[in-house]
Design a protein around this ligand. Structure first.
Ligand SMILES: NC(=O)c1ccc[n+]([C@@H]2O[C@H](COP(=O)([O-])OP(=O)(O)OC[C@H]3O[C@@H](n4cnc5c(N)ncnc54)[C@H](OP(=O)(O)O)[C@@H]3O)[C@@H](O)[C@H]2O)c1
Length: 252
């Protein structure tokens, strides 16, 4: 199946590692020119080099999305605005905290860093997409944003906010050929989650999952690539789970 994105430019935020990197790799495999951004230059360059070594086209730009001036300079210097935007970057609290123990300054900081970055980048790319009459915006949510997560009130609040963001923005721009969707992964083992999810918890989640297995970064990346494709032009405002059915009832 040809996804029809060969020659398109895709900006993937937070793409030096984890799901962002997997998404960048799959989009590049499909022929897109991929722009990788995060705050870690070495990691980013390694990810971009990996893509180029397998024949893809990729550039790495170290960038702190929470820094408005840096983001503005980055877009000013970009020769071709992206056709595809994957809002994948995320900053979270270190560890799990009861809501009453989350300092208010930290709560506000998380909103500034995550929602601020999301708005900054999306506002920068949308006008060009609308002008061209073709664009794809895919936001990385989380099952925690739909189901809730104990000791994860800030994270779940931010991720559920992407539901309203996605649907409302879709209503604004879809008639101009720009689709907006959100993908909600369940637990996927990445560098970050491997550190925080203990073996016992992982096994419990696998047992509760209808397929009895966790989704992989590639599972998430393939769905994102499809939503980014030319074939998905009439899929907009949608919310897609990549979870192996962990949210379903028990199957004994
Ligand atoms: N893995 C899972 O189980 C899972 C489940 C549900 C949802 N998700 C969502 O999927 C996405 C990726 O998850 P992941 O596990 O791959 O996370 P991750 O390893 O923590 O990756 C997050 C990425 O965001 C970048 N980032 C954070 N703050 C940034 C900033 N201010 N400016 C630029 N880049 C920034 C990080 O790079 P630097 O720190 O180098 O800047 C990193 O590349 C996230 O949105 C996450 O919430 C993941």
């Amino acid at each position: 199946m040809d996804l029809g994105i060969s020659g398109k430019t895709a900006l993937v935020t937070g793409s030096g590692r984890g799901l962002g990197r997997a998404i960048a790799e799959v989009l590049a495999d499909e022929g897109a020119h991929v722009i990788l951004v995060s705050r870690s230059p070495l990691e980013l360059e390694e990810a971009a080099r990996g893509i180029r070594e397998r024949g893809g086209s990729a550039e790495a730009f170290p960038l702190d999305l929470a820094d408005g001036a840096q983001v503005a300079d980055f877009f000013k210097a970009l020769p071709h605005g992206p056709d595809i935007l994957v809002n994948n970057a995320n900053q979270n609290l270190e560890g799990y905290l009861d809501f009453v123990d989350v300092p208010l300054e930290r709560w506000l900081w998380l909103f500034e860093h995550n929602m601020g970055a999301l708005a900054r980048v999306t506002q920068a790319v949308l006008p060009t997409m609308v002008e061209r009459g073709w664009g794809r915006v895919i936001n990385l949510g989380s099952l925690a944003g739909l189901l809730g997560g104990a000791k994860q009130v800030p994270y779940a609040t931010l991720k559920s906010g992407l539901e309203g963001f996605t649907r409302s923005l879709a209503l604004e721009v879809s008639r101009a050929g720009v689709t907006v969707n959100v993908v909600h992964p369940g637990l996927v083992l990445t560098e970050r989650t491997r550190e925080v999810v203990k073996d016992k918890a992982r096994k419990w989640i696998e047992l509760k999952t209808a397929t009895r297995k966790l989704s992989t970064p590639a599972d998430v990346a393939h769905l994102v690539a499809f939503l980014a494709s030319d074939l998905a032009g009439n899929l907009t405002g949608g919310s897609y789970l990549v979870s192996g059915g962990v949210e379903l009832g028990f199957s004994v």
